[in-house]
Design a binder for this molecule. Structure first.
Ligand code: GUN
Length: 296
């Protein structure tokens, strides 16, 4: 096996998905609809700027209309909700994405509950969270876990009946990921364990997993001795760590110690170039679907 033979190429698969969307976008256009997505960013969190920038670029490449609202750090919750009410009522906007994290005084749960469920392309509204739990596929599913699942499917990793260990119980990845994979249905039906900071023996759980999904935000946490040979390892982490050899003095690493895990994993996502591009592809897919649903 060549060293890279077990890599799951997220950039390639994301590009494939985006190219599939061009047909649906053309069909929308033929019916007089240009899909549209509004971004809302509050404050100057550097990572959020980068993420929103990448999402804007993906829209531009696909011909999706996008507009970005940048609000100052000191914005009140009431002003943010007023903007969301305006976007909810704007027919050009089929999807609304409020980039997390939000400044502390703003209650994230109120913000996400204010976006119309039919425009909630992030899948964070309680109605969409509930639909995911119920296995009701009419809702929108959160982009990062949906992207991880799609990578597994397109890489030919068997999910049905698999032992899946998810590291991290966050609302953006861990919890929705578990709900998706334990559903009865296609590309699901897994036995899912969620590990978190109070789990007694994370290594023992990981060692019996056919699929490990690392999403707890601890740099290079998953080591070779935690992985069953042949397991699929999906790295959702983005952690900035000190690096004396880089110009900036820092570098980005995932939640998986890639160098040691890659030789024993059956399949593994590189990081960057694994899960990240898929989050964007799934956002584009949700936005196209939101636009299509307005025509029904
Ligand atoms: N911050 C980190 N991931 C996400 C995401 O998927 N959506 C939004 N809105 N914010 C995020």
């Amino acid at each position: 096996m060549t060293p890279a033979a077990n890599l799951i190429d997220g950039r390639f698969i994301a590009a494939q998905i985006q190219s599939e969307l061009t047909h649906r976008l053309a069909a929308l256009k033929a019916r007089g609809v240009q899909a549209g997505l509004a971004f809302v960013r509050v404050g100057e969190d550097p990572a959020s700027k980068v993420y929103v920038g990448r999402k804007e670029k993906a829209c531009a490449e696909l011909g999706i209309f996008s507009e970005t609202h940048v609000l100052p750090e000191a914005t009140s919750e009431a002003d943010l909700l007023t903007l969301l009410a305006r976007l909810n009522a704007d027919a050009r906007v089929h999807g609304i994405l409020v980039q997390a994290p939000l400044p502390k005084p703003i209650r994230q749960e109120i913000v996400y509950a204010t976006v119309l469920p039919t425009k909630d392309v992030d899948g964070f509204h309680p109605v969409n969270v509930g639909k995911l739990m119920l296995g009701d596929e009419t809702g929108f599913q959160p982009c990062t876990p949906a992207g991880v699942r799609e990578l597994l499917v397109r890489a030919g990793v068997k999910i049905d009946g698999a032992e899946v260990v998810i590291l991290g119980r966050g609302n953006i990845v861990g919890k929705p990921m578990a709900a998706m994979l334990c559903q009865k249905g296609r590309a699901a039906n897994a036995t899912v364990t969620i590990c978190h900071s109070a789990t007694r023996d994370i290594k023992a759980h990981c060692r019996r997993a056919d699929i490990i999904i690392a999403a707890m935000g601890v740099a290079e946490f998953v080591k070779a001795d935690m992985v069953k040979p042949g397991a699929a390892v999906m790295d959702v982490g983005v952690n900035r760590v000190p690096d004396a050899t880089s110009k900036t003095g820092t570098k980005l690493v995932g939640d998986v110690d890639f160098a040691s895990v890659q030789p024993i994993a059956g399949r593994i996502t590189p990081n960057p170039g694994g899960v990240g591009p898929m989050t964007i592809a799934m956002l584009m897919q949700n936005t196209v679907r939101a636009a299509e649903l307005t025509l029904r």
